[in-house]
Design a protein around this ligand. Sequence first.
Ligand SMILES: [Zn+2]
Length: 350
Amino acid sequence: MPEKINTQKYLDYILEETKKLLAIDSPSGFTEKAASYVMNEYAALGYTPVRTTKGGVYCEISRDSNKRDSLMMEAHIDTLGAMVCEVQPNGYLKLSPVGGMNANNAEGENCKIYTRDGKVYTGTFQLCDASIHVNGKFDETTRSYDVMEVVLDEKVKTKEDTLALGILPGDFVCFDPRTTITENGYIKSRFLDDKLSVGILLGFAKFIKDEKITLPRTVYHHITVYEEVGHGGAASIPSDVAEVLSVDMGCVGNGLACTEHQVSICAKDTRGPYTYEIVTNLINAAKRQKLDFAVDVYPYYGSDADAALTAGHDVKHGLIGAGIYASHGYERSHTDGVLNTFLLLTEYVK
Ligand SMILES: [Zn+2]
């Protein structure tokens, strides 16, 4: 390991990659383009990534010939989104959510509709009858996918008009991420969960290559798909893997210690405690490097590492990630949290 890490170089790379990933729409089930992009980036760094049958990206970062107690780091490239479930009589679209995007969080957002024959249309997800000067029940209507629709940016008045465009139930709908990074380091976008972590893993992969580091054990990266629908990390774990470390968004909110400036180490989520030894080792690594970190219990959360255990893999597991506020909404993190997460990974694998 180098004594001093050129953190700015790796931070710049992570942010650049994160922005490029955020610009590629990839709700669960529609991740082909994003996964191909990630394949190319690992290859460009000098690795030999492999596409999994399920559509994810798997890459050996470092090899120890004994292949004992190998570590798999995971982050997910799939995001929240939606699917057209009905073309309504008025020509507008009813949606079924893909993953847990609350209807309130999607209201008023621009979106793209991808038809299966390759056309792309735009629209906005609105409350049905969305003019506040017309709809007397605008305030009191509880937002849900049942009372909201995509208003197409097309001159459609009937179901037949929309069908004639080639739009059908089953087409994917992708919300605008609205990515912006402020001068003082705040990263604001939808879907930082979990593209920010994919960026961090790519940064880690670049660090290992550029600094010509040999790690004491075999380390794999697995960029998963289908995390937002629960089974991202359930497959593609080599038999030598003894530990799965999810790198996913760190929770920030009332009652939790973490901020967007820190790396969050999760001790327990909805599905239960993470492996005692792994959580302790993560905390000790953060302390050794004097990183800004927090240990938290996530009240409503499940990770790819949880999915691996649920699928029956005999592994230890852990979860870390940069603190992200307003999760599954218009999310916010900070470059400090990104760096603390990146540096925790570099220290942890020593
Ligand atoms: Zn996530």
